[in-house]
Design a protein around this ligand. Structure first.
Ligand code: IDC
Length: 485
């Protein structure tokens, strides 16, 4: 990592998260002006492996606000080549690279930061670029002398930080990701880095297009430390005002949440939340574009799991299998060891909700390794016959309950505590991982928080919880006892 010294600053991560949160509003702003920046600081971090690397670049505006920006730098080695990038539009000519802002991060207020990144390849060595420009102004970490620095924080008297904050802190210690590392499927189980079966227990977001405000530093801290959750499922609806309306902004938001989960040592389940229409083929091209991007961007993290279609319905297993066999290679080309979860027929009921059963999958599995099948239930609607079918399937197929509710399949109604307990006892016994719908304050029985919680600042404890939230927090908080040898 190289760091250009900078004056007193606000935390990069908080600012980047704030920028990423502004999903819709910035789309209305006029195209950016080409005015020069009056001061900038850049932190460039690269993770390299043989012949390839992922770079993360945090740009901090230490001068006046700009409406749009172009970051310029040069690769020091002639063999360095830019690959797929995110959060900016990239161009390479020779060794020179330009990265231009995209709509959601174009306005950069004074003191604000944004993080962009890309994958690349190299033939010789992979040195970091050492000088950067923002709208033509060299980024020295200080405000351009043409603009007098504010008298309260003169850059000359503020020492540079001795240890710059990393853009992503590697999970250490006892977090679920630190203990278990990169997961893989072994037999019908989800196994950790010691090859031992584990169960992950966690929560699903609600639709990011509606409840993005519920996923912030405070709420995610509560999920990791108060709920002791192992996992965050990131539900990105494709229709219903979701991904299809702004692929770049939704992709960025998902990536930010992957980082936020990783910083807290939680696994991140990227849910391509198809629902209506129920035919996953309707979104095949979108799925390929989305998963190529998120798999490339997150390939070198060990906390990511890909869920390629939420709840197929009204289509045959053959169609779902064919969809999976077209999307999985796109993921594997970019992230060879990432686990992929495949939805099943009848809203991921293994076919039961459409009169079928798991035999169609057992007899005709997806032709790919390291995959798991999804099963969903809503405890007040789905009881013994669904439990029996899941248990039967789980003896033959790796299964993951990527979504379930304690209430009815509408997402509303009362908690069915007896059925929910029977379900979770079964999942614990079979070591089947789960994510509960939802870690949100939606005004419906399945939401964990009372309406309005996400507009306050408190997410810990039971005072902010609904009946479903209190029930789930009790189950998720119990110790994991992950095997470590
Ligand atoms: C529901 C939400 C609800 C929203 C609706 C929109 O709870 O607020 O209005 O989606 O489509 C699923 C789906 C999930 C549903 C959930 C509850 O995966 O998107 O969320 N459910 O109906 N499958 C079974 C139930």
């Amino acid at each position: 990592m190289i760091t250009i010294p900078r004056p007193a600053r606000r935390p990069v991560l908080a600012a980047a998260a704030a920028a990423a949160l502004a999903l819709g509003a910035s789309m209305l702003l006029p195209p950016h002006s080409a005015m020069a920046a009056s001061g900038c600081a850049v932190t460039y971090t690269a993770n390299s492996w043989t012949g390839g690397f992922t770079a993360s670049v945090t740009i901090e505006n230490v001068g006046d606000a700009v409406d749009g920006w172009t970051l310029g730098f040069a690769f020091p080695d002639g063999g360095q080549r830019l690959g797929q990038g995110w959060s900016a539009t990239y161009q390479q000519r020779g060794q020179a690279v330009n990265a231009q802002s995209v709509s959601y991060n174009a306005p950069l207020a004074s003191g604000a930061s944004t993080t962009i990144g890309f994958n690349g390849t190299f033939t010789g060595s992979n040195p970091s670029p050492t000088s950067f420009t923002l709208n033509g102004t060299t980024c020295t970490g200080a405000t351009n002398p043409a603009t007098p620095p504010p008298t309260t924080t003169p850059p000359t008297t503020t020492p540079p930080p001795t240890t710059p904050p990393p853009t992503t802190a590697p999970p250490t210690g006892t977090t679920p990701v630190a203990v278990n590392g990169q997961l893989r499927v072994c037999g019908v189980n989800l196994c950790n880095k010691y090859g031992r079966p584990i169960q992950l227990r966690g929560m699903s977001t609600h639709g990011l297009q509606w409840f993005s405000q519920c996923y912030n530093d405070t709420s995610l801290d509560a999920l990791a430390t108060d709920w002791r959750s192992d996992l965050l499922r990131i539900s990105m609806y494709v229709q219903e005002d979701g991904y299809e309306t702004n692929p770049t902004a939704f992709t960025n938001r998902v990536n930010t949440l992957v980082d936020e989960a990783g910083e807290r040592g939680m696994y991140a389940l990227i849910d391509f939340h198809t629902l209506t229409p129920g035919d996953p083929m309707f979104n095949l091209q979108r799925a390929k574009t989305f998963f190529a991007s998120v798999a490339a961007r997150n390939a070198h993290k060990n906390n990511v799991i890909y869920e390629i279609t939420n709840e197929p319905n009204g289509v045959s297993w053959q169609t779902i299998k064919s969809y999976a066999e077209q999307v999985i290679p796109v993921i594997r080309a970019n992230d060879p060891d990432g686990i992929v979860i495949v939805g099943t027929r009848g809203w991921s009921s293994l076919g039961v909700s459409e009169g079928g059963n798991s035999t169609e999958v057992i007899n005709n599995p997806v032709n790919a390794g390291n995959i798991i099948y999804a099963f969903h239930f809503y405890a007040a609607s789905h009881r013994d016959n669904y439990r029996a079918e899941l248990e039967r399937a789980a003896a033959r197929l790796p299964m993951f309950v990527t979504e379930f509710g304690t209430v009815t399949y509408t997402g509303g109604g009362a908690v069915d505590a007896a059925s929910s307990t029977a379900w979770l006892d079964l999942l614990d016994r079979l070591k089947i991982s789960y994510a509960n719908w939802t870690y949100s304050d939606a005004d419906e029985g399945s939401a964990a928080f009372r309406p309005g919680t996400c507009y306050g600042g408190t997410y810990t404890g039971t005072g902010v919880l609904t009946e479903s939230g209190a029930f789930m927090r009790d189950r998720i908080r119990t110790p994991d006892n992950f095997p470590t040898s």
